[in-house]
Design a protein around this ligand. Structure first.
Ligand SMILES: Nc1ncnc2c1ncn2[C@@H]1O[C@H](COP(=O)(O)OP(=O)(O)O)[C@@H](O)[C@H]1O
Ligand SMILES: [Mg+2]
Length: 136
């Protein structure tokens, strides 16, 4: 018998309504370790609302979000980050009052492996040289 790995991420009947707008209506899916998923839909289909619900930024009105089997549905937004569940905002949503370097450092806010963070930042600067030029 093949043993299935348990889900890394699980959404169960997650809903989020804004007044009369049913932005997300009872969505359920699971993400298994080692898999890559895309969430595809028309404008206003509810993609961003779904992602905000699972990262805890906009908790769902009903349903459950499980991260590595742990219920994070009502967890404060910083808690899923410590589990590796990170929301990367779309478009140009950066912290406009902070420098480029500061914005990059925010992505490593919870990490304590400082040498590895420096190495990662170096990799980012190599891939996007303009970020190094404008880091301050
Ligand atoms: N904060 C909000 N207040 C009111 N309505 C919202 C809010 N956020 C999203 N909506 C509505 O919910 C629906 C889904 O939006 P959204 O999740 O942003 O869709 P997508 O990311 O797929 O384009 C849309 O009708 C949108 O207008
Ligand atoms: Mg969107």
């Amino acid at each position: 018998m093949v043993e299935r790995s348990s889900p890394l991420l699980e959404l169960a009947s997650v809903s989020r309504h804004f007044g009369g707008v049913r932005a997300v209506d009872s969505i359920s899916f699971t993400v298994l370790p080692g898999s890559i998923h895309g969430l595809i839909g028309a404008n206003d289909a509810g993609k961003t609302t779904t992602l905000l619900a699972l990262s805890g930024i906009l908790p769902p009105r009903s349903g459950r979000v499980l991260c590595d089997g742990e219920n994070v549905t009502r967890a404060a937004a910083h808690v899923p980050v410590t589990r590796g569940l990170v929301h990367v905002p779309e478009g140009g949503q950066i912290l406009a009052g902070m420098s480029v370097a500061g914005n990059l450092e925010m992505g490593a806010y919870q990490r304590r492996d400082h040498a590895a963070v420096r190495a990662d930042r170096e990799r980012v600067f190599e891939r996007f040289p303009v970020l190094r030029q404008r880091r301050a």
